[in-house]
Every structure is written in structure tokens, then in C-alpha cells.
Design a protein around this ligand. Structure first.
Ligand code: PMP
Length: 350
């Protein structure tokens, strides 16, 4: 893919590419959708290339939401959602996922819908928890969205990062959902090239057309050499992204085993490169240290930086206080060095 970027710079025009994306990439996105998600997509009317998934999210919020519209999110939630939905004038309605399995309570979800509900945002596989929504949970969400005639924005940037034995199912593939769902993908996650910032949307032509109007005035277009390389990657590097799940599962196992030995209580997950753990058992007797304080202390004193899970909540008073997020898309040597540093800090011998 790097060679394709380099040769594209020399062999193709270096002027603005088409606003919707170069045809090669839009065709590759459509083919990828059919091949991996079982969702047929017309590349000319149902795809749009964006500056990463982040711009896809921003453009979708600006295009689909009017002032006062309500949007349903699940918490914990990825950090760009709320600021961007609020900038579009929307009102967030937040439904909690319940640890340790990050389950959805059907009654709580149902209660979040109102006549003002315009959009539901679903991120699966999920950052920060690593949860992959089950077929039953997806059916529940689909039934409610159909009943309330609600649109859905599907953040599926981790679609290939699922561990063996688990299947990622796109909500868009369920009956009655194709015409109300926009799916977001990211080359950053699919190819582990987060620097590239190439993302895409696929969905019904009318929704894509609306989002393209926002995209026109946000970034207008995306570097064409990177787009061509991503097209090549989606078509020809399938073994790479289809193999990510088992590589990541091994890394997770390496980390999980050692964190448990150190005294963290690791929460279950079926995908992504995030691991959430409870550190309560590592606190001195009587300590009321919260996740933010714990992360500062470990950065300063153990040289390992974790992310407090409360950072993924709009209202920190609703957030769990003793959960932290690790990331394990790193070399085994780096993961081992982090575990060694934590072991030494907490005085545990290997
Ligand atoms: N959605 C989620 C859930 C993410 O975790 C991320 C990246 N951390 C993004 C979107 C943004 O992806 P991109 O780098 O393609 O903008």
C-alpha cells in the first residue's frame, strides 16, 4: 500500500480529486461491503470518502441533525460524538451499557426514544470496552428504530478487529434497516495506518447525498494517492485485515494474563485492541482514589499511561470510578515492558 501511494503521486494528477472520492476507492468500498458485511452497495450513489471516520461522523451529524433533534448514544462513548452532535444543535439521550459485560437494558433503551428521536449512534465493535454487540441486541435496536422511524449512524471502524469465534454483524444487514443506516469505515483501523486519515461512508443514496453537502464544506476531498492505496488494500490485502482478529487476541491474552497476576480484574471483550480492567483490588486499604487520579499516579510513578474510563462519559457522575482502558496494538516487547513496569511498581514478582 505504501508503494501504491508513492507511485500514485508520480503517475496520477496532483490536483483536487472528485469530492465524493476517487472511483477506484468507491468501487472498492462497495465491493468490500458486499463481500464482508453481506450488504450490496451501489458505488456511484451509495459511497462517500472522508478524512477519516472522524470527518464522516462530523459530516453525518451536521447533515442529518437539526436543532432540537434527539440522538441516542450508548455510554461509554467515543469522544468526538457529543461535541459534534451538540454543534449540530442536537440533544443527546444517553443509554448506559452495564459492566462487566456492557449489556443493554431493553427497558432503558426503549425509554430513551421520544417523538423527537432522529438518530441512534451505534459503535460496534466498541471503543473503549471491546464489546461486540450480539445478534439479539442488534435485533432489539433494529425493532425500536423501525418502530420509532429513526435513522442510525453505524460506527464500524473496528469491523475486522473481532476475535476468532465472534462475528461482527452490521445492523444495516438486518431486515428493514438498509434504508435507515449509514455505515462508517476507516483505513486507519482496517490497515493499522491511523496516520492516513482515510475513512468512508456507505448507505442509502438520499442520506449519502445529504452528508456529501456537509463534506463539501468541511474538507471537500481527501488526498488521492492515499485513496488509491486504500482501494488497492481493500481489494488485495484481505488476508491482512481478516487476520487482525487472531493477532490481536494473542496480544490481549499476553496482557490479560499478566494484568490478572498483578491484581487487575480484567473485563471480558470480543474485539478491538482495547482492554478494560478494574484496579480496585490494587488500592491501599481505605483509599478513595478514582480512575483519573490512578492514571496520573501510574504515569508519574510506574511510567505506564492508561486512560480513565470515566473520560468516555458525558456525565462523570454516571461513570464507573475504578475502570481503566489499556491499548494493546503494540509490539509484544512493548507490552511486556509495560507489564514488567507495573509488576515492579506493585511489588509483584513474575
Ligand atoms: N470511531 C471510533 C469508535 C474510534 O475509536 C476512532 C479512532 N480512535 C474513530 C472513530 C476515528 O477514526 P479515524 O482515525 O478514521 O478518524
Amino acid at each position: 500500500m505504501k508503494k501504491v501511494v508513492a507511485s500514485s503521486l508520480y503517475e496520477h494528477s496532483n490536483q483536487y480529486p472528485p469530492m465524493m472520492g476517487v472511483p477506484e476507492l468507491r468501487q472498492a468500498i462497495a465491493a468490500h461491503s458486499g463481500r464482508h458485511a453481506g450488504i450490496p452497495v451501489d458505488w456511484q450513489s451509495e459511497t462517500l470518502v472522508t478524512s477519516g471516520a472522524t470527518e464522516a461522523l462530523a459530516a453525518a451529524f451536521l447533515a442529518l441533525l437539526n436543532a432540537g433533534d434527539e440522538v441516542i448514544f450508548f455510554a461509554p462513548l467515543y469522544d468526538s460524538y457529543l461535541p459534534m452532535a451538540r454543534r449540530a444543535g442536537a440533544v443527546p439521550r444517553i443509554v448506559q451499557l452495564h459492566p462487566p459485560g456492557w449489556s443493554v437494558d431493553a427497558a432503558e433503551l426503549e425509554a430513551a426514544f421520544s417523538p423527537q428521536t432522529k438518530l441512534l449512534v451505534l459503535n460496534t465493535p466498541h471503543n473503549p470496552t471491546g464489546k461486540v454487540f450480539s445478534a439479539a441486541e442488534l435485533q432489539l435496536i433494529a425493532d425500536l428504530c423501525i418502530r420509532h422511524n429513526c435513522l442510525v449512524l453505524l460506527d464500524e471502524v473496528y469491523e475486522h478487529l473481532v476475535f476468532p469465534g465472534t462475528q461482527h454483524i452490521s445492523l444495516r444487514s438486518l431486515p428493514g434497516m438498509a434504508h435507515r443506516c449509514l455505515r462508517i469505515g476507516s483505513a486507519g483501523k482496517t490497515f493499522s495506518f491511523t496516520a492516513w486519515k482515510v475513512g468512508w461512508l456507505s448507505g442509502p443514496a438520499d442520506m449519502i447525498k445529504a452528508v456529501a453537502k456537509a463534506h463539501q464544506f468541511i474538507t471537500f476531498t481527501v488526498p488521492s494517492s492515499l485513496q488509491r492505496a486504500v482501494a488497492y488494500g481493500l481489494d488485495s490485502e484481505q488476508p491482512f485485515f481478516c487476520g487482525l482478529g487472531s493477532v490481536l487476541q494473542q496480544k490481549r491474552q499476553l496482557l490479560e494474563r499478566q494484568l490478572s497476576e498483578i491484581g487487575f480484574k480484567v473485563l471480558p471483550a470480543d474485539g478491538t485492541y482495547f482492554l478494560v480492567a478494574n484496579f480496585e483490588g490494587l488500592l491501599p486499604e481505605g483509599s478513595s482514589e478514582d480512575d483519573v487520579e490512578f492514571c496520573y499516579r501510574l504515569t508519574r510513578e510506574a511510567g505506564v499511561t492508561l486512560i480513565p474510563v470515566s473520560a468516555f462519559y458525558a456525565d462523570r457522575s454516571e461513570a464507573p470510578r475504578t475502570l481503566v482502558r489499556f491499548v494493546f496494538c503494540k509490539t509484544d516487547a512493548k507490552l511486556q515492558a509495560a507489564c514488567d513496569a507495573l509488576r515492579a511498581y506493585f511489588g509483584k514478582r513474575s
